[in-house]
Design a protein around this ligand. Structure first.
Ligand SMILES: *Cc1c(COP(=O)(O)O)cnc(C)c1O
Length: 400
């Protein structure tokens, strides 16, 4: 695992991050941080993770020159980092497997997780099955209804899926339940958080587990082109796939980095999840100080996106620091543009992207024609679109 200077000792990336949790969680978080630091120095741990990333996840994932897409758009070369080819269909398994191994190293036989769309839940249930860990996944009853296929996959791999019927019956209520479980069962249980969110050390740890994406992409890109890309584009929900690919390129100022958020139906409150490009303000949500979509009274706003994975009112604290420093630029793409890009990639390259990833493709498709043919654009294709076929059909008025 690469060394990074941030966060500082208290878990801050500039003014963002930290550890805003009840007293009962301070000791478990300190224990987790110590265990993680031990693991990063442990050759055996690193070797076991590297082996599983190869033999089980399918790494390194390919770097694919999307020549037909580029020819269709005109302008820059376009390259795809194929995280959609990871086992279980997205980048989330990189982190789930790392944290499941860490649970084992801590001597904890049980893992829990929260999930919204179900992708993180599937990744955790998969890693738990592989390593023989007991697994419980909290999921809002509304999400259970919308994401039946993922619920079935979790149960098939032996996880217990627990419906949460408090509040809005969605992701944020599931996070609260998972935290409650963790406080009660902390001796036996590790909580596997799914993105670069939550209290320290999660944003750092999840970034590190995902940073294999950028390390591979950079080496593959140099080998294929003898150069670095001019621009790297990734979608940003909580921000883990983006942090995973950006981290390797951060020290190279010649590489522009662009994060794409969900513009949803439009700029109105509740219609999008664009934390950077709208009126989000600093606040604390789920244990970290970051940008939060909220009203003037500080109430967290509802969000909307056609892609469930981007539909969250806050963003990873390191992203806020990258934005404030000017190192990464953030932009948003709406539901309609994302669906158009979903079709564009399917038709031009024969690759059906996740709707989340389609946001990155949509932005790249807008900017590529404005760039010289000698420039190279790298898109992190975070996941595959099989899970979204029903949703796309529904939006387009057909039958799934
Ligand atoms: C969950 C998910 C995302 C969003 O999460 P990040 O932490 O922002 O990466 C993006 N793409 C896919 C395919 C996902 O499953």
């Amino acid at each position: 695992m690469a060394k990074h200077s941030l966060p500082d000792a208290r878990g801050y990336f500039g003014d963002f991050g930290g550890r805003f949790v009840p007293e009962t969680l301070m000791a478990p978080l300190a224990e987790l941080e110590a265990a993680y630091r031990r693991a990063t120095r442990d050759r055996g741990f690193k070797r076991r993770l590297a082996e599983l990333l190869t033999s089980y996840v399918g790494r390194p994932t390919p770097l694919h020159p999307a020549r037909s897409l580029a020819a269709r758009l005109g302008g820059a070369e376009i390259w795809l980092k194929r995280e959609d080819l990871c086992h279980t269909g997205a980048h989330k398994i990189n982190n789930a497997l790392g944290q499941a191994l860490l649970a084992q190293a801590m001597g904890k036989p049980r893992v829990i997780a929260e999930t919204g769309a179900g992708q993180h839940g599937v990744a955790v249930a998969t890693a738990a099955a592989l390593l023989g860990l007991e697994c419980r996944v909290y999921m809002g009853v509304e999400d259970i209804r919308r994401q039946q296929l993922n619920v079935v996959r979790m149960r098939l791999t032996g996880a217990e899926v627990v419906g949460v019927d408090s509040g809005s019956c969605t992701l944020k209520d599931a996070i609260n339940e998972a935290l409650r479980d963790w406080v009660t069962n902390v001796r036996s249980t590790h909580y596997i958080l799914g993105s670069v969110l939550g209290p320290h050390p999660y944003p750092m740890m999840v970034r590190d587990f995902q940073s294999v994406i950028g390390r591979e992409a950079m080496a593959q890109f140099k080998k294929a082109t003898r150069a670095l890309p001019e621009m790297v584009v990734a979608c940003v929900g909580g921000g883990s796939n983006a942090a995973g690919i950006f981290t390797a390129f951060i020290p190279h100022p010649g590489v522009a980095l662009v994060g794409v958020e969900a513009g949803g139906r439009g700029p109105g409150p509740g219609d999008h999840a664009a934390r950077f490009t709208s009126t989000a303000a600093p606040g604390v949500l789920h244990g970290t100080r970051t940008l939060v979509l909220q009203d003037e009274g500080g109430q967290v706003l509802g969000t909307h996106s056609v892609s469930a994975g981007l539909d969250y009112p806050a963003v990873g604290p390191e992203h806020v620091n990258w934005q404030r420093s000017g190192r990464v630029v953030y932009t948003a793409v709406g539901d309609g543009e994302a669906i158009a890009a979903f079709h564009l990639l399917a038709e031009s390259e024969g690759i059906v992207p996740a709707l989340e990833s389609a946001h990155a493709v949509a932005w790249a498709a807008k900017v590529a024609p404005t760039l010289p043919a000698s420039s190279r654009l790298l898109i992190n294709l975070s996941g595959r679109g099989d899970k979204d076929l029903g949703e796309v059909a529904r939006v387009e008025g057909g039958t799934p």
